[in-house]
Design a protein around this ligand. Structure first.
Ligand code: PAF
Length: 272
């Protein structure tokens, strides 16, 4: 098993077409589909497993984030990974580290609710791109604002990797796969697919010409009545992650809602 733990030992080879799947471990079918896609499109696939402390807020789940490292390695290699990069935080971060920020696309929604989160993501992704030097890098569309951030980061800083955004993988009942789904109680797990049902119904209503604001208000209310605490349900331009008042190209519906203490996010393309 090819597992590299130190930055200095990472085998850089600019002549090999390298695909890269950055993860925080606790791999599920969503990650595995990215690894399979990378293995198909590249000569070598690198998967990073690093629970990045700087993207967790003080009241978030860093210490209890699942870390089934051996099982993750087994799954990643089975799906076509050639190398796993699993560094320690001490090797990754110096004292008083340099940080990377991507403004505008992170102003609202997750960026507003989770101060520091996207600076943590932008910094670690930049570092990993510099260490791995991937030709192609794979991200899941479930984290839509993260996708917008990564594309903007790569464009603005001219980072030499192609960003490949892959469709959200769902459970048979529609729930978007997420490492955090394992926090749901069995009762909440039964309710959770309503998030995707509301997205799909809202999309249909908007495409049928219903008023955007009142549709989203009504659909959010329907979720609240079933016990969800809805943080936002909004129509956005998925490239800028700012709200839009009309059905434009690149329009997506995004949602964040709590079931008990678990925060679920999801999105659906309305156009494009
Ligand atoms: O999506 C994730 O798992 C993380 O945000 C990422 C991209 C691996 C950076 O830590």
């Amino acid at each position: 098993m090819n597992i590299v733990r130190k930055i200095g030992e990472f085998p850089r080879n600019p002549t090999i077409i390298t695909g890269f799947v950055p993860t925080m471990g606790a791999l599920h079918e969503g990650h595995l589909s990215l690894i399979r896609m990378s293995a198909k499109e590249n000569d070598r696939t690198v998967v990073s497993i690093f629970v990045n402390p700087t993207q967790f807020g003080p009241n978030e789940d860093f210490s209890r984030y699942p870390r089934p490292f051996e099982e993750d390695c087994r799954l990643a290699f089975e799906c076509g990974a050639d190398l796993i990069f699993a560094p320690d935080a001490e090797d990754i971060y110096s004292t008083n580290p340099t940080t990377v920020s991507v403004p505008y696309v992170t102003d609202q929604f997750e960026g507003q609710r989770r101060p520091g989160h996207f600076q943590g993501v932008a910094t670690i992704v930049t570092k990993l791109f510099n260490i791995v030097a991937p030709t192609n890098s794979y991200f899941g569309e479930k984290d839509l604002q993260q996708c917008a951030l990564v594309k903007k980061l790569v464009d603005d800083l001219n980072l030499p990797t192609n960003i490949r955004i892959c469709e959200t993988v769902r459970e048979p009942d529609g729930l978007a796969m997420s490492s955090r789904n394992r926090y749901l109680s069995s009762k909440d797990r039964e309710l959770a697919p309503m998030i995707y049902q509301v997205l799909a119904r809202s999309k249909d209503l908007l495409l049928n010409g219903e008023d955007i604001e009142s549709t989203l208000d009504l659909q959010a209310k329907a979720l609240s009545e079933r016990g969800f605490r809805v943080d936002y349900l909004a129509l956005v331009d998925r490239l800028t992650m700012h709200p839009t008042q009309s059905i434009i190209d690149n329009a997506s519906l995004i949602i964040a809602a709590y079931l008990s203490n678990t925060r679920l996010i999801d999105n659906i393309r309305v156009v494009g």
